[in-house]
Every structure is written in C-alpha cells, then in structure tokens.
Design a protein around this ligand. Structure first.
Ligand code: DSN
Length: 443
C-alpha cells in the first residue's frame, strides 16, 4: 500500500488501525470473516473502473471483451459448484439480491412469508420498516417454544394466507433448515420457494450443511460470510425453478438491471470468482468442517457454565445465547466482551421481553476465528473468558445494587463496565492468543 500511504496518509492510517484491531481481537460476529489476500487483490484492481451495465454480450457500453469473460467465468464457477443452471453474480449485497427476487416474482401488495426477525429471520424477509413489508404484504412465520421453526404452523398459515413466495432463510438461527418441509408447504400452496443461505453458503459447498438446491426455486446468498469472499451476493435459479417458470432466470436478471441496479462491480465479481475457486478445494472443506466443530465445542463448553443456548446448541457456525437466566442484558455483555477483545453482537432471542436496543441475548460464531486456525482447545478458553466476563458484570451490578432497567442507562452501564476489571486481564490473554494465531489471509 505504498501509493496509498503517500497519497492519503489519513485513510492509510485508519486502514492500518483497523487491520491491527482485527489482528488483536477475536472476530466472533457470525456473519463476518477474513477474506484471503487473493480475494483482496482481485477487489483492488482496474476491473472496478469499467462500466458494464447489462450482461455479457448484451451491454450498453463498449470495451467489454475482458469483463464479459470475467463475468462468464464467475457465473460458470457458481453454476458448477452449487449445481444450478442459472446464476446472477451482479447483486451488490444480500439485501438488494433479496429485493430483486421479490420484484421479479411479486407485484406490489402480493403476499410474502418469511421467518420473523424475533425468531431469527433477516430484515429483508418481511420485517416491519423494511421495503420487504412496505411494498409487499408480509405474513411472518415463527419458531416454537424450543426455538425451532414451527413447520406445522408455517403450513397452516400458508394454506390460509396463500403467499406468492416463501422465504426459507435465517440470520440468527443455530439449527439446520428442513428444506423438504419448506418445499412441501410451498408446493402445496403453489408458492415460489426462495432459500436465503447467506450465513451458510460456505458450509453448503463443503457438504456440512444440506443444500436447498433440489427443493427450492431460487437461492440467494451473500459472498462474504462463511464463503469468505468479498462483500457481494449471488442469485441462483434452480432446475425446479425453471420447471415452474422457464423465464425465471430472465426475470431475475431484469429485476437486477434495469430493475434495481446500474453497473455491476466487476472487481467484486472477480473477487467472488476467486472465493469460489478457493471454496472448491479439499482444504476449504476441512476449514468448514472445523467451523462447525468449533461452534459445537464452544456451545458444549458454554453450557457447562450454565449458559442458556437457544435451541440448546448448534448445528452450524453460530450460537445464540439467552442471558435471562444470568440476569444481564445482551448489550452490556457485548460491550464488555469487546473490552476484553471478543467481538460479538447483542441480539434478540425468540419471545424476547426486552427491546431490540437492549435485547436479552448475544450472538456469536466461529468462521472468523477458524480462519485464523483456532480449534477446540481455543474454544474452551473462549468459553471460560465469556463466563468470567459475565460473572464479573453480575458481581459489579450486585455491588452497585443496580437492576436490569438501570443497566440500560448509558452512564450506569459505562460505570458497570469500567468497574468490571476482569476484562482488562482477559484482554492481555486474548492479545497473546491472537499473536499465536495471526491473520494470514490464506484461505
Ligand atoms: N447483517 C448480517 C448479519 O449479521 O447476519 C445479515 O445481513
């Protein structure tokens, strides 16, 4: 980055500081990951200078001979790896990808069914205040009292509401989705079935999470989570999708451009291609197997400390902890964990009595730390530290005689965190651990 350093020392310095922050902390937000150096290099190239509205051989500008080859190559890689007949690699990220599918298949006011936000669905799956509920009639489905998707209720609700599309996808759900049950419902009511596999796409490619491809009509995914590529997304049309509607892939292409986007980011598309190539290796498969092993091991250790895991554990890369039995909120826990060097996020849990800004849970995952080579031994340490942090917070709160509502007050919250000294000592340990597992950016 010698040019950047000379031209713009301010930006250069901030990038270096962020690199240092990532190197010295544990990346445990389940939707984050560390892309390889090869992916980074592809993103930072002159492919980003090219305008290429349209699709290969059907563009609106000249000078496309090379970028057409890039887009074709990446599409072919995605088709082969996921086993689908048609792919669009142009969505700028997951939210526009989902919105493009909706605009391709629905008219304003048509009914969409997605997992509710409070049950672990994504904002774009029909949540209030989003375009997915503003322009479409959103009827959510939910999890049952054990935190598992209530497939019977989904079936009954779909029969009654006759959705035009059912979205099968999650953002804070630790168990496998039963694609077959989703398909039974969608086929019964004649709805399109869209799988949003943003969180688990890498795991699907590595065969550690079942593929939705035979059961659904459309698949969307981001490319930067378990897949370890650049920030972007792809939309896939399956054989089943083409059987239901031979024009499906064409409709999706038109929904992207001219529907909701302009020129594609060819540099990102090239980065997606690199990530897909990396994801086709045995090494990557082993990496994904280790992500799941680590998450299961972490879940097992956390349970020993009486942490209440939503659904009782995990089948994938993420864990959702309900902290109500500990008498502490998710937000204060996430901030204290950050002080110690564990970066995770506060999250609502199913049937959460607390509001989104002060929810009862935290969400954490293992893709980022597995990318650094950490294994079960390190998961044991991390669970131990999380327990120490939570116990420290509880103890400080007890000494200050503060209740849950007072914990929401910014000043009091900061006081609790400041007086919980254990985070300082754990931070020293975490920095040592991070040195042992440097960010190498190999895949
Ligand atoms: N915001 C992402 C997540 O954290 O799961 C999904 O888009």
């Amino acid at each position: 980055m010698s040019y950047l350093k000379k031209t713009d020392p301010e930006i250069y310095k901030l990038i270096k500081l962020e690199e240092k922050r990532q190197a010295e902390t544990l990346m445990m937000i389940p939707s984050e990951n560390i892309a390889s150096k090869a992916v980074e290099e592809a993103i930072g190239t002159s492919l980003g200078n090219k305008y290429a509205e349209g699709y290969p051989r059907k563009r609106y500008y000249q000078g496309q001979t090379i970028v057409d080859q890039v887009e074709d190559l990446v599409r072919e890689r995605a088709k082969k790896l996921f086993g689908v007949p048609a792919v669009n690699v142009q969505p700028l990220s997951g939210s526009p990808a989902n919105f493009a599918v909706y605009t391709a298949l629905l008219n304003p006011g048509d009914t969409l069914m997605g997992l509710s936000l409070s049950s672990g669905g994504h904002l774009t799956h029909g949540a209030t205040h989003t375009a997915s509920s503003k322009y479409f009639r959103s009827i959510p489905y939910d999890v049952d009292k054990n935190g598992i998707i209530d497939y019977d209720l989904l079936f009954k609700t779909a029969k009654k509401e006759r959705p035009k599309i059912i979205v099968a996808g999650t953002t804070a759900y630790a168990r496998l989705l039963d694609w077959k049950k989703f398909a039974l419902t969608a086929d019964e009511v004649g709805a399109y079935l869209m799988a949003d596999i943003a969180h688990v796409a890498g795991l699907v490619l590595a065969d550690v999470y079942p593929t939705p491809v035979p059961f659904v009509h459309v698949v969307t995914t981001t490319t930067h989570k378990t897949l370890r590529g650049p920030r972007g997304a792809i939309i896939m049309t399956t054989q089943k999708g083409l059987k239901k509607d031979p024009d499906l892939a064409k409709k999706i292409d038109s929904a992207i451009i001219p529907g909701i986007q302009g020129g594609p980011h060819l540099n990102t598309i090239a980065g997606i291609g690199v990530a897909l190539k990396e994801a086709s290796t045995t090494r990557y498969k082993k990496y994904c197997q280790q992500i799941v092993k680590n998450a299961k091991s972490l879940a097992h250790e956390l349970k020993k400390y009486n942490f209440d895991l939503v659904t009782g554990g995990t089948d994938c890369h993420l864990i959702l902890i309900d902290l109500r039995n500990k008498g502490i909120l998710g937000r204060i826990t996430a901030i204290a964990c950050e002080r110690a060097g564990i970066i995770l996020n506060y999250n609502r849990v199913p049937f959460d009595p607390n509001p989104s800004l002060y929810p009862s849970g935290i969400r954490l995952g293992t893709p980022g730390i597995t990318s650094r080579g950490m294994k079960e031994k390190e998961m044991k340490k991390i669970a131990f530290w999380i327990n120490q942090i939570v116990n420290g917070l509880i103890e400080t709160k007890r000494k200050l005689k503060l209740n849950m509502t007072q914990e929401r007050d910014r000043k009091l919250r900061e006081k609790i965190i400041r007086l919980t000294k254990v985070t300082k000592f754990i931070n020293i340990e975490i920095k040592k651990l991070c040195k042992k597992f440097p960010v190498k950016k190999t895949y």
